[in-house]
Design a protein around this ligand. Structure first.
Ligand code: TYD
Length: 204
C-alpha cells in the first residue's frame, strides 16, 4: 500500500475492543501487512505520562482540563506515531481516539459537542481514521466486566456510561461510512468474523 490505513477501536470500558484489536493485528500480520499498534491515552513516551495523570490522579479534575489532557495526548499520538506510520504505508490500529472524547467528555460529562469536535480537529490536524469500529454493549455487562478495581474514568457510574453508549450510537448515525457498530453481545469468534468482513470491505 502506498498510503496506509488508520483504524480505530471504540466503545465503553469492558466492551471487548482491545481483544478484537489484537485479533485483527494477528490476522493482518499473517496476511503480510506492516502493522503498528497504539492507544489513547498513552501511546509511548509522553503519552504514557499523560495517561498516568488521566487514570490515576486523585484530586479534582475539571471536565475541560480532562478534555485538554486527552487532546494533548492525541496530538502527540497523531504527530509522532500515527501519521508517520500511515504515510509510510503501514496500517495503524489505535485503541480509542477522537470518538472517545465526543462520547465520554461530550455526551458523558456534558462538554459542548461542537467545541470538542473543533478541538479534535485541531489536535489531529483533521487526520481522520479511515475506519472506526464501535463495540456496542449494554452497560450492565460492561460494568461487570470492568470489575471492582476501577480507575478514575471507570468509576464514573452507570448513568454516565448510559450517556457514553448513546453518544457512540449517535456518532455512528452521523458518520455511517466511517463508523461501524458491532453488537458485542456475541462470542469473540463471531464478533471477529464481523470485524474481518468490515475490514475486507474497507480495503476493496
Ligand atoms: P483504558 O484503560 O485505556 O480503558 P479501555 O481499556 O476501556 O480503553 O482507559 C482509558 C479511559 O479513558 C477509558 O475510561 C476511556 C477514557 N477516555 C476518555 O474519557 N476520553 C478520551 O478521549 C479517551 C481517548 C479515553
Amino acid at each position: 500500500m502506498e498510503k496506509g490505513l488508520f483504524i480505530t477501536f471504540e466503545g465503553a470500558d469492558g466492551c471487548g475492543k482491545t481483544t478484537q484489536m489484537n485479533l485483527l493485528h494477528e490476522y493482518l500480520i499473517l496476511k503480510g501487512y506492516d502493522v503498528v499498534l497504539t492507544r489513547e491515552p498513552g501511546g509511548k513516551g509522553l503519552g504514557e505520562r499523560i495517561r498516568e495523570i488521566l487514570l490515576n490522579y486523585e484530586g479534582e479534575v475539571s471536565s475541560q482540563a480532562e478534555a485538554f489532557l486527552f487532546l494533548a495526548d492525541r496530538a502527540q499520538n497523531i504527530d509522532v506515531i500515527v501519521k508517520p506510520a500511515v504515510d509510510a504505508g503501514k496500517i495503524v490500529l489505535c485503541d480509542r481516539h477522537i470518538d472517545s472524547t465526543i462520547a465520554y467528555q461530550g455526551y458523558g460529562r456534558g462538554v459542548n459537542l461542537e467545541r470538542l469536535k473543533m478541538l479534535n480537529d485541531i489536535a489531529t490536524n483533521k487526520f481522520m481514521p479511515d475506519l472506526t469500529y464501535v463495540f456496542d454493549i449494554d452497560v450492565e455487562t460492561s460494568q461487570s466486566r470492568v470489575g471492582k478495581n476501577k480507575d478514575r474514568m471507570e468509576s464514573a457510574g452507570v448513568e454516565f456510561f448510559e450517556k457514553v453508549k448513546k453518544g457512540y450510537l449517535e456518532l455512528a448515525k452521523k458518520e455511517p461510512e466511517r463508523v461501524k457498530v458491532i453488537n458485542s453481545a456475541n462470542t469473540i469468534e463471531n464478533i471477529f468474523a464481523q470485524v474481518k468482513e468490515i475490514f475486507e470491505k474497507t480495503i476493496c
